[in-house]
Design a protein around this ligand. Structure first.
Ligand SMILES: [Fe+2]
Length: 265
């Protein structure tokens, strides 16, 4: 059974350091086949923040697939932001901004939705949509096709928009590519749900795994087990002193008509 560990918005530079080692310990205990970080590795794209993010990644169970978020391009250094916005990310984290990971039963395509020309909103470019088309067309028939992108085209659970430009077009592109699951962050709020115009796509968002930039009362991440369609959120109460505790798994089933949410087990 393929297991994905989904982390997001770790924001080195604004980390609650109490959470780091417990998260690393739990990550190893959960034995994922891949660990996903869906953007915002840093708070302000500073070299020391990227170095800390790199050290964190090196302690996670591999392989690790990460994509940039809007915080991973320098905000105030305009020459760097405009000329080479992801140079620091590439140097510390990896040259490939849109990495591909193939596993038994799953193909994961990273997509860079961070747009350095705007403050924090994202975009799904034609080039990125084409990359999804290609990766998923080449994937084995039975493989789950998973897109990893910082900004999602659906709102968070409280209605907060995920700030992706032209969300209707993005939804159409994801559906056309045959996407089964989208893993995202950005809103710092967990969410699992669907979009009417893309019935075949399950949208899974997690909050911030370890940063102090909370939008809810907890830090969280998720373990996704593709074989059973289960998504298990792990939460750390911000004032509770830990540990990360699992919630009852949510379960999803993909049919010919799209995804269905199953009763909690
Ligand atoms: Fe963030």
């Amino acid at each position: 059974m393929t297991r994905l560990l989904h982390l997001s918005d770790v924001h080195f530079g604004a980390v609650d350091h109490r959470l780091v080692q417990p998260l690393l310990d739990l990550a190893h205990k959960l034995q994922p086949d891949v660990t996903v970080i869906s953007g915002d590795l840093t708070q302000r794209a500073q070299p020391d923040q990227f170095a800390a993010a790199r050290a964190f990644i090196d302690q996670l169970p591999g392989p690790v697939l990460s994509v940039p978020g809007n915080h991973d391009a320098p905000l105030w250094n305009l020459p760097v932001r405009l000329a080479a916005p992801f140079a620091r990310y590439r140097h510390a984290i990896g040259r490939e901004l849109e990495p591909l990971v193939s596993l038994p039963g799953a193909v994961l395509q990273g997509i860079n939705t961070a747009n350095p020309l705007v403050w924090k909103a994202g975009h799904l470019t034609d080039a990125s949509a084409g990359r999804l088309d290609t990766a998923f067309a080449r994937a084995p028939t039975q493989a789950m096709r998973i897109a990893v992108m910082h900004h999602a085209p659906v709102p968070a659970s409280d209605g907060t928009p995920a700030d992706l430009a032209a969300p209707a077009a993005a939804l159409a592109a994801l559906a056309r590519a045959g996407t089964d699951i989208v893993l995202s962050g950005h809103t710092h709020m967990p969410h699992a749900g669907f979009a009417e115009t893309a019935a075949g796509v399950l949208f899974l968002q997690v909050g911030t795994a370890i940063s102090t930039r909370l939008k809810t009362r907890t830090n969280d991440f998720a373990l996704i087990e593709l074989g059973s369609g289960s998504v298990t959120r792990h939460d750390w109460l911000s004032h509770g002193g830990g540990p990360f505790l699992p919630s009852a798994p949510q379960r999803f089933l993909k049919t010919a008509d799209g995804w269905r949410r199953l009763a909690e087990s």
